[in-house]
Design a binder for this molecule. Structure first.
Ligand SMILES: *Cc1c(COP(=O)(O)O)cnc(C)c1O
Length: 532
């Protein structure tokens, strides 16, 4: 909590106007300021009454016997509930308003998903339970796998990876295993300049050298530059389609043919599958491995909200190397898990495992619920509406914010703008922070790196036209203010609980350990990371 100023007032959360500095509490209306639990708590407070211990701590603890108080904040139950509820009100969520973050597909999560995931037969099963007692849960995995194979036109799917990046690692380990089986030591992975940061990171993590492929002026992979890099050292490429400029890669088939002819494999980053689900089957484009972010394309919560799931679909060439376990159906109709490479069940070349058990059961249930409630036609409409919404935003704002690739035709599921043309000294950050004041979560900023001052807006199909119009009106008004040089934008957000933080310092030197006195405000203070 901020210290009282000379007049006894606490500098308030925002600078919304005169009134704001006149509250003695630091709260503003029903927007409540909140101190750290350590500042609120006191060591001698406790949420429950405990009887004094009737004997000395056990000698058996030896040197592990605690020598001092644990340094936890002592809070009563109502203080604890209020603390976390107050903090939760300062958070922004997809259930409050749109989350236009490009490359994230932050769509509404239907409540039906939650209802299904909470059925005790799914929520309360244990991964080590006898398989005969979890046939329904295994059937969910099998049915979802079947849908993913059908929607992508691929040969097989590894269900266990737990996020997009984890799926990338799984796909590259399949490629490595396939190369080992061929006895070839290829160690270069080609990644386009516009790729998501996880692509080069994953390739490096999997032990490959990363070489970058330039983009054309139209924001696509430069096919000739890519061909020039192919050779006996190249293990494969990692291509995102639609790419992170929100554009379809029309040369995908030619890219795949060239890579295959040179002995490499095609990894496709499928995080943007939302734009093409039901319209294009990546298997038809020559893809060998692609992760699907269940937590993007098929709803399920994500973004600080829940775990992800990144199943990887695989071509005939890579399928034999997929990690265990696998769900299969026996001749008697019962389902079981293949857990061993040498079980003689067709997975003898599996490269190992990605996780201890079977993957994210809760995400599987939510994703299958979403798929079944949409049906094949509904899923196709997801892609069509997502693309329509993004083009609506693109065309509604391109007169004020330059859209670098808009001249080459419609975009896919996300609209990309740049900050060229704003008044001297104004940039993407000012627009993003201004959006917070307008009640919107900012769009993705400064990504993809191929566009200077990029603003990537992904509305998704779940925003209505009325909702998009409100967002567009705010974005346009901010662009106009930034073009006119409205200085007040430089200090936005004015109405949020905090002003601008030094995000680099916060990321590089996070203050993770409380070092002050319980019940005393102020150390370490937010001002250390530039907050007010
Ligand atoms: C989200 C995303 C990823 C990473 O997915 P995670 O589930 O966050 O690991 C990779 N590539 C692209 C293009 C993405 O949008």
């Amino acid at each position: 909590m901020n210290a009282p100023n000379a007049a006894g007032w606490r500098p308030s959360m925002g600078e919304a106007g005169e009134m704001k500095n006149q509250t003695s509490s630091g709260d503003y209306g029903l927007m409540l300021e909140e101190a750290l639990s350590f500042e609120l708590g006191a060591a001698d407070k406790c949420g429950v009454d405990l009887d004094p211990a009737d004997r000395a701590p056990s000698e058996a603890l030896g040197r592990f016997l605690r020598q001092s108080a644990p340094g936890l904040p002592g809070l009563t139950e109502p203080e604890t509930v209020r603390h976390y509820t107050r903090l939760s009100r300062q958070n922004y969520a997809i259930d409050l308003g749109p989350f236009p973050l490009g490359s994230c597909t932050m769509k509404h999560n239907p409540r039906l998903n939650e209802k299904m995931a909470r059925l005790p037969g799914f929520a309360d099963v244990h991964p080590l339970q006898p398989q005969a007692t979890v046939q329904g849960a295994l059937e969910v995995i099998e049915q979802l796998a079947d849908w993913l194979i059908t929607l992508t036109g691929m040969a097989s799917v590894a269900m266990s990876p737990k996020a997009g990046a984890h799926g990338e690692l799984c796909g590259l380990l399949c490629i490595r295993a396939a190369l080992d089986a061929r006895g070839e030591a290829r160690d270069v992975v080609l990644v386009p300049e516009s790729a998501h940061g996880t692509n080069p990171a994953t390739a490096a993590f999997a032990g490959f050298k990363v070489e970058s492929i330039p983009a054309t002026a139209a924001g696509r992979v430069d096919l000739e530059a890519l061909k020039a890099k192919l050779g006996p050292k190249v293990a494969g490429v990692m291509i995102t389609n639609p790419n992170t400029c929100g554009l379809f890669e029309p040369d995908m088939r030619a890219i795949a043919d060239a890579v295959h002819a040179a002995g490499g494999y095609v990894y496709c980053d499928g995080a943007n599958f939302n734009a093409i689900v039901g319209k294009v089957r990546p298997g038809d484009l020559g893809v060998d491995a692609m992760h699907i972010n269940l937590h993007k394309t098929f709803s399920t919560p994500h973004g600080g909200g829940g775990p992800g799931a990144g199943p990887v679909v695989l071509s005939e060439a890579l399928a034999p190397f997929a990690p265990l376990p696998f769900v299969t159906r026996g001749a008697d109709g019962s389902i079981h898990l293949v857990e061993e490479e040498n079980a003689g069940e067709g997975h003898d070349q599996a490269f190992g495992r990605m996780v201890a058990f079977h993957g994210q059961m809760g995400m599987f249930t939510r994703a299958l619920t979403y798929i079944l409630s949409h049906g094949a036609d509904g899923l196709r409409q997801v892609a069509e509406d997502a693309v329509l919404n993004a083009n609506y935003v693109l065309r509604a704002c391109e007169d004020l914010l330059p859209a670098p690739f808009a001249a080459s035709g419609p975009c896919m599921h996300e609209a990309l703008f740049s900050d060229a043309g704003l008044a001297e000294g104004f940039s993407t950050l000012d627009i993003a922070k201004g959006l917070i004041d307008e009640g919107f979560h900012p769009m993705t900023v400064y990504f993809p790196l191929v566009v200077k001052g990029a603003m990537l807006v992904e509305p998704t199909e779940t925003e209505s036209k009325a909702g998009l119009d409100r967002f567009i009106a705010s974005l346009r008004s901010l662009a106009e203010r930034a073009k006119a040089g409205d200085e007040s934008l430089h200090s936005a957000p004015h109405f949020a609980p905090r002003r601008r933080l030094d995000e680099t310092l916060a990321a590089r030197k996070p203050v993770l350990v409380w070092q002050g006195e319980p019940g005393v405000a102020g150390t370490p203070s937010l001002s250390e990371i530039g907050g007010s």
